[in-house]
Ligand binder design. Sequence first.
Ligand SMILES: [Zn+2]
Length: 64
Amino acid sequence: MTAASEQTNTAASKPVLKVSKEALPACCPPKEQEHWNQHPRVYLELSDGKASCPYCGNRFELAG
Ligand SMILES: [Zn+2]
């Protein structure tokens, strides 16, 4: 752990994760993510075509 690896924890600093319709509902953390166990898994419905995780701020967007 170094100070340099510590990012400001704002939603704007997070990459947007594209989710296909077939993969709905999106879950966070995503299984393929390194820190998949950083918080309890939540499902996001992307009802507006996008959503952000209330725990870690990951942003999801509907692809296509
Ligand atoms: Zn999350």
